[in-house]
Design a protein around this ligand. Structure first.
Ligand SMILES: NC(=O)NCCC[C@H](N)C(=O)O
Length: 258
């Protein structure tokens, strides 16, 4: 039986100092953020996912955004090396966690940089954003790690938002979702559905027709319901103030056998 585990990491006390690049800084309420994180992890568990907490990294303000620290392909983990130096200390605990789950571990090596938020997998196609956090050397290393395992790596320019997955994610049938003003090159995706809200571009596939998305995208939730999906909205407003989205708060491990 494939397992349904999701790595998550509790927000630390310095969350409000998290990086902000493309938006104005707003005050973050850490207590409220913790409540939102609890509700987010509860939504994962409520839909059949076992959440695995990575040890906290309380000195790292952005550690809750665990998606950026590792890319999984089958049971192989590629530990990221962020283009933001302040985020690099986050990876040690994540490496321990994935090794403990039996994954084989590779690492992005200096001088390459890559954030997990820049990697969108659709079947065996692995889209990788070349943007502020992921460079050409990081992309080459991603290719060298995953192409021998059967992946096809497609590089995508990203200049308008933080990460590729700030711009696009995908429905269960592989249709790519995005808010057009945030995309550099929508024609790279063979099947593309524009969504009416920026945060509507981010979905976490919970299984079956269930799509977890931000409560800040009600019109997109309506669109999904109209297409026969079951939207599961969660309020992640405090994380959105730090350019976070629903995908970045977890790493789903779908191909482990346990
Ligand atoms: N994958 C993601 O969307 N990650 C969000 C990271 C936000 C964090 N404040 C950062 O700038 O690194």
């Amino acid at each position: 039986m494939p397992s349904k585990k999701a790595l998550v990491r509790r927000p630390g006390p310095r969350l409000a100092e998290g990086l902000v690049t493309h938006i104005e800084r707003e005050r973050v309420d850490v207590g409220r953020a913790v409540e939102q994180w609890e509700a987010y992890t509860e939504a994962l568990r409520g839909h059949g996912w076992e959440t695995v907490e990575v040890d906290p990294a309380d000195d790292c303000p952005d550690s809750v955004f665990v998606e950026d620290t590792v890319v999984m392909y089958r049971n192989v983990a590629l530990i990221a090396r962020s283009g933001a130096a302040s985020r690099r200390a986050e990876t040690a605990g994540v490496e321990e966690a994935v090794a403990a789950l039996g994954c084989s571990v590779n690492r992005i090596r200096e001088p390459g940089t890559l954030d997990g938020g820049d990697v969108l997998k659709i079947g065996d196609t692995v889209y990788v954003g070349r943007g502020g956090r992921t460079d050409a050397a990081g992309i080459q290393q991603l290719r060298a790690t995953f192409e021998p395992l059967g992946a096809r790596v497609v590089a995508v320019p990203v200049s308008k938002v933080l990460h590729l997955k700030s711009a696009v994610t995908a429905l269960p049938d592989g249709t790519v979702l995005g808010h057009l003003p945030n995309l550099d090159a929508p024609s790279l995706f063979p099947r593309f559905l524009p969504v009416p809200e920026e945060s509507g571009a981010h979905v976490v596939l919970l299984g079956g027709d269930r799509l977890l998305l931000a409560a800040s995208a009600p019109r997109t939730a309506e669109l999904f319901a109209d297409l026969g999906y079951a939207p599961v909205p969660v309020d992640i407003g405090e994380f959105e103030k730090l350019e976070g989205c629903v995908t970045c708060l977890s790493v789903r491990l779908r191909d482990l056998y346990a």
